[in-house]
Design a protein around this ligand. Structure first.
Ligand code: SPD
Length: 285
C-alpha cells in the first residue's frame, strides 16, 4: 500500500495489481487497539475508509456491497425476524437490513468501536438508522458472540468482515461456521463476504468447503461489481441450514416497500449466474 499527497493506492501484490483513488486530503486517522483506521477525502469517490492499508469503503460505491450482502439473503429466507451482523462497524449493512419492515431484531457485533465512531463522522448516511429500536450495537468479539449464542435463535447471520487477516482471520474457518450453524434455526442462512472470484478463488473454495464440512446443506455464491476492491469484482456466499438455498421470494423483492440503488429482482437472479471458469473451479455447485 502507499499514499502520497494526491493518491491513495492499494497494492495487491499476489495478483500484481493495484487500485488508486485521487485524494484531496487525509481527514483523520486513529490507531485503535485492533487496527489502523484512516479516512481520506477523494476527488470523485467521496470519503474513503482504509483499515491497515486496505480499502474498506467509499461514499460513492459502497451501496453495491452493502445491498448485496443484505437483500439477497433476506429475500431468500422465508421469514427473517432475527438477524445478526458480525463486523459491519461502518453500519452500511445494518442500514440495508433495517429497511426490511418485517425484521424484528438486528444485533451487530463489531470488535472495533472506532470503526463505528469514524463512520458516524464521515459516513453519516450509513448510520442514519443506528437508533432504530430494533437495532443493538455491541462492540465485542464476534467469534465469541457466535460461540456463546443460544442454539437455534437466529434466522440470518451476515458476516461483513475485513479480509481474512488481522481481526477478521477467525471469521473464515470451520470453528466459526460451526458456531453459526448451531445458532441458526432450521432454514436459517449465513451469508459472508467471500472476496474476489478472479484473484481469491482458492480462498473461496476453502470457505465453501468449510461451510459444507460443518453441515450446511446448500450454498450459493453471488457475484457483483465492487470497483474499490482488488479486481473490481466481488462475491458473497450464502450457506443454508436444513434446506436447499432455493426460495428466492421474487414477488416480495419486486414489491419491496423501500428503495435500493443496485439490488432488484433481475440483479439478484443475474448475481447467481456463474461464468464457466467459476463453474469449473467450484465444481460441486
Ligand atoms: N478487500 C477489502 C474487503 C473488505 C470487505 N468488507 C468491507 C466492509 C464494508 N462494510
Amino acid at each position: 500500500m502507499s499514499g502520497d499527497n494526491n493518491w491513495f493506492t492499494e497494492i495487491f501484490a499476489p495478483s500484481g495489481s493495484a487500485f488508486g483513488l485521487a485524494i484531496t486530503k487525509k481527514l483523520d486517522e486513529v490507531q485503535s487497539p485492533f487496527q489502523h483506521i484512516e479516512m481520506f477525502e477523494t476527488t470523485h469517490f467521496g470519503n474513503l475508509m482504509v483499515i491497515d492499508g486496505v480499502i474498506m469503503l467509499s461514499s460513492r460505491d459502497n451501496f453495491l456491497y452493502h445491498e448485496m450482502l443484505s437483500h439477497p439473503v433476506l429475500f431468500t429466507h422465508a421469514n427473517p425476524k432475527n438477524v445478526v451482523i458480525i463486523g459491519g462497524g461502518d453500519c452500511g449493512t445494518l442500514r440495508e437490513v433495517l429497511k426490511h419492515p418485517d425484521v424484528e431484531t438486528v444485533t451487530q457485533i463489531d470488535i472495533d468501536e472506532q470503526v463505528t465512531r469514524m463512520s458516524e463522522k464521515y459516513f453519516p448516511e450509513l448510520c442514519e438508522s443506528n437508533n432504530d429500536p430494533r437495532a443493538t450495537l455491541k462492540f465485542d468479539d464476534g467469534i465469541k458472540f457466535m460461540r456463546e449464542a443460544a442454539p437455534e435463535s437466529v434466522d440470518v447471520i451476515i458476516v461483513d468482515s475485513t479480509d481474512p487477516i488481522g481481526p477478521g482471520e477467525g471469521l473464515f474457518n470451520r470453528a466459526f461456521y460451526d458456531s453459526c450453524r448451531k445458532a441458526l434455526r432450521h432454514g436459517g442462512i449465513l451469508v459472508q463476504q467471500s472476496e474476489s472470484p478472479l484473484i481469491h478463488m482458492p480462498l473461496l473454495k476453502d470457505m465453501r468447503q468449510a461451510m459444507q464440512d460443518v453441515g450446511f446443506d446448500s450454498l450459493q455464491t453471488l457475484l457483483f461489481p465492487q470497483m474499490v476492491y482488488p479486481s473490481g469484482w466481488w462475491t458473497c456466499t450464502m450457506a443454508r441450514k436444513g434446506e436447499t438455498i432455493n426460495g428466492f421470494r421474487e414477488a416480495d423483492a419486486a414489491a419491496a416497500s423501500f428503495s435500493t440503488e443496485y439490488y432488484n429482482v433481475a440483479v439478484h437472479q443475474a448475481a447467481s449466474a456463474w461464468p464457466n471458469f467459476i463453474k469449473k473451479a467450484l465444481q460441486n455447485g
